[in-house]
Design a protein around this ligand. Structure first.
Ligand code: 0O2
Length: 216
């Protein structure tokens, strides 16, 4: 019993360590990118670990074997990281920066931005594996990374609340309203990126100090 408890603790810890490693990478990318380009493609980052109850529920729901190796092999979103970006192009930029890291292996990509779900959900999902160096082993650990814009995130958090409020049986009118809201969010994303591109293309504004000359 004691051994099983220890093994379970180490199992959960490996996901925490993997999350920490990816969060460190994201922070480095964010800081470095900001220093070079004077803006950050990453607005906000959050993370969560599925609870042991949540893991068991999912394993039972999906019919996976209820032992740690089976769970590790079959459930890939025990560790989850969500990155919000200002613009759609930034979501792909962040994906490329992460996928380009030597110790990150991309196992799966679901691009719900190019192909939104029927309800309107948009987001870019990556399942990655990263090696975690434990005291007696190197464990490859999977992490789900969701990358989306602020507008997509706004939509998804409200839709999530509505979905749970109705226990999954959302009335048709609300479903349609949500789909329209997702379209509106997409139009806003496209418009904001166009505006941003126009501003970036402008000549830099002369520093106030330069407007005054002593030679008059
Ligand atoms: P939580 O608590 O957020 O993690 P899977 O069940 O993961 O094996 P699935 O459903 O095909 O397979 O995975 P997918 O499509 O990559 O979605 C996984 C996660 O994306 C979900 O995790 C949600 O976080 C998010 N997501 C997917 N579809 C929707 C949606 O329609 N609306 C919202 N708001 N979020 C969505 P969990 O496990 O459902 O929950």
């Amino acid at each position: 019993m004691r051994e099983l408890k220890l093994e379970l603790t180490r199992f959960m810890m490996s996901y925490k360590f993997a999350t920490d490693e990816i969060l460190t990478k994201i922070n480095i990318l964010k800081e470095e990118f900001s220093a070079i380009h004077d803006y950050s493609p990453i607005e906000h980052v959050s993370s969560r670990l599925k609870s042991p109850e949540g893991i068991l529920k999912k394993a039972i729901r999906k019919g996976h074997p209820l032992e740690l190796t089976g769970i590790r092999d079959n459930i890939q979103d025990i560790a989850g990281i969500r990155i919000t970006c200002s613009f759609i192009s930034d979501t792909y930029r962040v994906r490329d920066m992460l996928a380009g890291q030597r110790d990150v292996t991309v196992l799966q990509v679901k691009d719900y931005i190019r192909e939104p779900k029927a309800n309107g959900y948009q987001s870019l999902h990556l399942i990655v594996a990263i090696p975690v160096f434990m005291s007696d082993r190197v464990q490859p650990v999977t992490v789900e990374i969701q990358i989306r814009t602020i507008a997509m995130d706004f939509w998804a958090s409200l839709e999530h609340k509505i979905y749970y409020k109705y226990n999954g049986a959302v009335p048709d009118t609300l479903v349609e309203d949500l789909r329209q809201a997702a379209d509106a969010a997409n139009r806003l994303d496209v418009k904001m990126e166009l505006l941003h591109d126009q501003v970036v293309a402008l000549e830099p504004v002369t520093d106030d100090a330069d407007l005054f000359s002593f030679d008059s």
